[in-house]
Design a protein around this ligand. Structure first.
Ligand SMILES: [Zn+2]
Length: 121
């Protein structure tokens, strides 16, 4: 059983409104207070530093700059901006990694071709 908080009338548990005074018997489960957005936005800072050190320095620095922006934009409450910087940091990490892979592949091809040419003589 449930009692009206206003007039004390007894009701069944599933009664939504008091039949006497129309007061709501059940407070809504969902709180109306605005929830603070606690969204984790990856800054890819570790990846940026790693790609800078091991892959492509100029491209890696661009990634680091975007990574640093993510943190400062989250602090300012600019979630959309932080998301954008996060995406860009990720993209530049991939570009850095991709260019490194391309350089390594070209190096391997050059070495193989060079080796094959020197063997043919
Ligand atoms: Zn009532």
């Amino acid at each position: 059983m449930i009692y009206c908080s206003k007039c004390g009338t007894q009701h069944e548990d599933n009664t939504y409104k008091c039949v006497k005074c129309e007061a709501l018997l059940h407070t809504p489960a969902v709180e109306s207070a605005p929830r603070i957005v606690q969204e984790h936005i990856p800054d890819y800072l570790v990846w940026s530093i790693l790609t800078t050190l091991f892959c492509c320095l100029p491209v890696g620095i661009v990634a680091i700059v975007y990574s640093a922006q993510v943190g400062s934009k989250v602090k300012d409450g600019d979630i959309e901006g932080a998301r954008g910087s996060s995406k860009k940091a990720k993209m530049w990490c991939w570009i850095s990694l991709g260019s490194w892979v391309a350089i390594v592949l070209i190096g391997i091809i050059v070495a193989l071709v060079g080796g094959a040419l020197s063997q043919s003589h």
